[in-house]
Design a binder for this molecule. Structure first.
Ligand code: SAM
Ligand code: SF4
Length: 323
């Protein structure tokens, strides 16, 4: 699938649920209202849509949310998609907050996952509870340990927050290095209505400059098919990635689209245009008809977002579109 700007679309991110057991301050409002269950695609519908995308050239699938491991019976979907590995699908992966990982890690590895992203913004228990509004750090650390024990490669995603966790980058880099994990720092994006996002926004160029005074960071060609730009950390042999949607956006090389848990195909995280694939599916679209609906979406993929941290770009939260 080639979009109007000549970009080849090979990566689909799927939000399997908008629900979450955490309420991270930059992601959700404290009193989030979640979608009624009847609105959600069934796992079978998700699988059918994923299969259609794979048929159209998607080689990489990432399950996300909300917290994907909270979706009931999610392993059924993961196992079904795992069986498509090597049949057009090259990589199946997951972004998780880690709270349920201790329970799922071994099954994920068995289903064919090789690497996962785990979000972890701090190593301090009290701070963790504040950022996530009630999350328990030990539970997440146990999940990460289980993932490692199951042989999954782990990348830690850390949202950089001014005045909140900006004194922890060295500690996190060392912690990840000691465990063989890559680390990716992320700038907050203005998606979904939350309080105090602009005040905590931290452009990463300064962070990189600061870190390079204490760590030997060398440019790396490492690429995972995502938006991060990587440096190699010579002291640990691991990678440090920077996702900078605001300070240095990466729309020109965008290769992905996003499917929500209600079956809407969003062509850009920061734009409103979408195609309702649930409607198409439930009206009986299959085969060429479903493929045509997907292609209509790809043909409408915008050039990029117009993020400005002082105003919300789109009202839907990251957990709906699939971060
Ligand atoms: N619940 C899972 C998790 O936290 O990993 C998966 C979904 S979460 C929306 C995916 C990623 O998006 C997480 O790494 C989270 O930190 C990040 N995220 C959420 N809201 C964000 C925002 N407004 N700006 C930047 N990153 C955000
Ligand atoms: Fe939940 Fe992930 Fe959003 Fe945090 S970032 S509230 S864990 S969906």
């Amino acid at each position: 699938m080639i979009d109007p700007f000549g970009r080849s679309i090979t990566y689909l991110r799927v939000s399997v649920t908008d629900r979450c057991d955490f309420r991270c301050t930059y992601c959700m409002a404290e009193d989030m209202e979640f979608l009624p269950r009847a609105e959600l695609l069934t796992l079978e519908e998700m699988e059918r849509l994923c299969a259609a995308f794979i048929g159209l050239g998607v080689t990489k699938l990432r399950l996300t949310g909300g917290e994907p491991l909270l979706r009931r019976d999610v392993m059924r979907l993961i196992e079904a998609l795992g069986r498509r590995l090597g049949q057009g699908l090259e990589e199946l992966t997951l972004t998780t907050n880690g709270s349920q990982l201790a329970r799922f890690a071994a099954d994920l590895a068995r289903a064919g996952m090789r690497r996962i992203n785990v979000s972890l913004d701090t190593l301090d228990e009290a701070r963790f509870a504040r950022i996530t509004r009630g999350g328990r750090l030990p539970q997440v650390l146990a999940g990460i340990a289980a993932a490692r024990a199951a042989g999954l490669a782990v990348k830690i995603n850390m949202v950089a927050l001014k005045g909140v966790n900006d004194d922890e980058f060295d500690a996190m880099l060392a912690w990840c290095g000691a465990r063989g994990f890559d680390l990716c720092l992320i700038e907050t994006m203005p998606v979904g209505e939350v309080t105090h996002r602009a005040e905590t926004h931290l452009p990463l160029a300064g962070v990189r400059a600061e870190l390079s005074r204490r760590w030997r960071l060398t440019p790396s060609p490492h690429a995972t098919g995502g938006p991060a730009r990587y440096m190699r950390v010579e002291e640990t042999g691991r990678h440090l990635g920077f996702i900078t949607p605001l300070s240095q956006h990466f729309c020109a090389s965008c290769n992905r689209v996003r499917l929500t848990c209600t079956g809407r195909l969003y062509l850009c995280l920061g734009q409103e245009n979408a195609v309702d694939l649930r409607g198409a599916l439930r009206q009986g679209a299959a085969g060429e008809e479903l493929a045509a609906a997907i292609r209509r979406g790809i043909a409408a993929k915008p050039l990029g977002h117009e993020f400005d941290i002082t105003r919300v770009a789109v009202p839907r939260h990251m957990s709906v579109t699939g971060g």
